[in-house]
Design a protein around this ligand. Structure first.
Ligand SMILES: [Fe+2]
Length: 266
C-alpha cells in the first residue's frame, strides 16, 4: 500500500509536469543548497526556500554538491553527510517534494588521487557503470595536467563531469581547447544561468554556441542562493528546448536521471 506522503509527492509531481508543459521532470545535479558549509546557502531556512524555488521550476531531484576546495572549503564526506541529513529531514518536515542526494564539487587539486584512493570524496552516482565526480577547474585558466588527471580518474573507473566550462576564461578566449578536453571522454556540465545571461554576454554567447553544437552533456543550476544565484533551470530549459527538444530532454533529464538513479550505491 502506498504511504500517504508518497502519494502526495506523486500527485505533486504530476501537477508540476502538467504545469510546465513537459512530459518529464527536471533533475539538478549541481547545487550549493546545504547550509553553512561553503559559499552557498547561509541558513536552514534559506535552504528550505531554495528547495521550494526548485520545486516551483519542476525539479524533483537535486544533488547537493558543496565545494571541496583545499584552504577555502575543507569539506569531505564526514562534514557533508550530517548537514545533508538535517536538510533532508527539514524538507520532509516542511513537506517539500524534492528528493535530495549528495556529492561534492571538487576543485582540481593534486590531492584528488589520494582522496579517491582513501574514499574521502562522495560521488554523484554512476554513469555507464563509472562513479561520477563533479570536477571544477579554476575560472581563470585550464590547469596544466588536467588531461592526465582525467585519464587517471577514468582508469580508476571514475567519470569526471567538468563543471561550467563556459565560464572558464581560457576556454572563452580559445574555444577550440574545449574540443581537446572533450576528446578525453570526460563529460561537461553547463550552468543554467550562463545561457540566460547571468554571467554576462560573452559567457552567454559561448554557452549558446555550445548548446547549438551539442558540446555539453548536462545542464544544472549551480544555485547558491535565492536572488543573485537562484535556480535558472526553468528559463534555461525553455531556451535549450527552443533549439532542440530532444537534446533538451537529454541534458536536463535523461543523462541526469541515469546518474541519480544509482546515487545511493555508495
Ligand atoms: Fe558550483
Amino acid at each position: 500500500m502506498l504511504h500517504i506522503s508518497t502519494l502526495a509527492i506523486m500527485i505533486n509531481m504530476v501537477i508540476l509536469v502538467s504545469m510546465h508543459n513537459r512530459s518529464f521532470n527536471l533533475i539538478d545535479i549541481h547545487s550549493h543548497i546545504l547550509p553553512g558549509i561553503d559559499d552557498g546557502s547561509r541558513s536552514m531556512s534559506m535552504s528550505i526556500e531554495m528547495a521550494k524555488q526548485a520545486v516551483q521550476i519542476g525539479i524533483t531531484h537535486m544533488i547537493c554538491t558543496p565545494h571541496i576546495h583545499p584552504g577555502y572549503f575543507d569539506n569531505d564526506d564526514s562534514s557533508i553527510k550530517p548537514v545533508f541529513s538535517d536538510l533532508q529531514q527539514a524538507l520532509i518536515r516542511e513537506k517539500v517534494p524534492l528528493t535530495l542526494t549528495y556529492g561534492a564539487e571538487v576543485r582540481v587539486s593534486e590531492q584528488i588521487p589520494e582522496w579517491i584512493s582513501n574514499n574521502e570524496i562522495p560521488f554523484l552516482g554512476r554513469f555507464n557503470s563509472k562513479k561520477v565526480l563533479l570536477l571544477e577547474m579554476p575560472h581563470s585558466h585550464v590547469p596544466v595536467g588536467i588531461e592526465m588527471l582525467i585519464k587517471w580518474l577514468l582508469s580508476k573507473n571514475v567519470l569526471p563531469v567538468i563543471a561550467h566550462p563556459e565560464r572558464n576564461r581560457e576556454l572563452l578566449a580559445e574555444p577550440w581547447k574545449l574540443d581537446h578536453l572533450r576528446r578525453t571522454n570526460a563529460i561537461f556540465q553547463l550552468t543554467a544561468g550562463s545561457v540566460t545571461g547571468r554571467f554576462g554576454e560573452k559567457v552567454q554567447a559561448f554557452s549558446r554556441s555550445l548548446v547549438r553544437s551539442k558540446k555539453i552533456d548536462i545542464v544544472a543550476s549551480d544555485t547558491h542562493n535565492l536572488t543573485k544565484r537562484p535556480n535558472d533551470m526553468g528559463i534555461a530549459y525553455d531556451f535549450v528546448s527552443s533549439i532542440d527538444q530532444e537534446f533538451a530532454k537529454k541534458v536536463f533529464f535523461i543523462t541526469p536521471s541515469q546518474i541519480v538513479s544509482s546515487s545511493n550505491d555508495f
